[in-house]
Design a protein. Structure first.
Length: 202
């Protein structure tokens, strides 16, 4: 029987997901970031609950967002919505450095522990309000938001994106539109990548 993880990787190859994202996915054990009772479902292609009313996103959604983000090896990345820490672990394989902000202290603490257990040293977990970004380390080459920005893209995040940087963010209520923004000469132009559903960024 072919492992679900390998089947997902094959599916993504057919979808045109970049090899660097697939390599990161094959390297990071997703089962490490899901609750013990859900380990058997770690590679099922749907979201899973992680406590505190939050979820770990569907693997294919994660892969698509990281593909649009197009992280380069020397990039500094800001992630808003740490959740389980899984996405941050993937970013650790793609970027030079990642800062990830989580508003629920218990989840931030848990994610930090999970990342430490995998000996990941280039990710900093911050407990705080993600809508404010993390100005202390700005600007960022890439910004990814893993929860729905219901009122639109927070201004602080747009300001903290470096010129020629990319931001990936789901926007709106209920069903969100996935926006990919590119900053040039201080202005961000967005393209709409379609409909997705995320827990709200609050």
């Amino acid at each position: 029987m072919i492992p679900e993880r390998v089947l997902l990787a094959e599916k993504w190859r057919r979808m045109g997901i970049s090899q660097k994202v697939i390599d990161a996915f094959m390297e990071v054990p997703r089962e490490h970031f899901v609750p013990p009772e859900l380990k058997d479902e770690a590679y099922a292609d749907y979201p899973l609950p992680i406590g505190e009313g939050q979820t770990i996103s569907q693997p294919t959604t994660v892969a698509m967002m990281l593909d649009w983000l197009n992280v380069r090896p020397n990039d500094k990345v800001l992630e808003i919505g740490t959740g389980s820490g899984y996405n941050a672990a993937l970013l650790s394989k793609l970027a030079r450095k990642a800062i990830t902000v989580e508003r629920i202290p218990a989840l931030a603490e848990q994610a930090k522990k999970k990342l430490e257990e995998l000996n990941i040293k280039n990710v900093t977990v911050v407990a705080g309000d993600g809508t404010q970004g993390f100005p202390e380390e700005a600007p960022y080459d890439r910004i990814i938001v893993t929860a729905a920005a219901e009122e639109g893209v927070p201004q602080a995040l747009e300001e903290q994106l470096a010129d020629n940087g990319i931001i990936v963010v789901p926007v709106g209520y209920g069903t969100q539109r996935m926006l990919v923004g590119k900053k040039k000469n201080g202005r961000i132009s967005y393209s709409d990548k379609g409909a997705f559903v995320f827990v709200p960024l609050v």
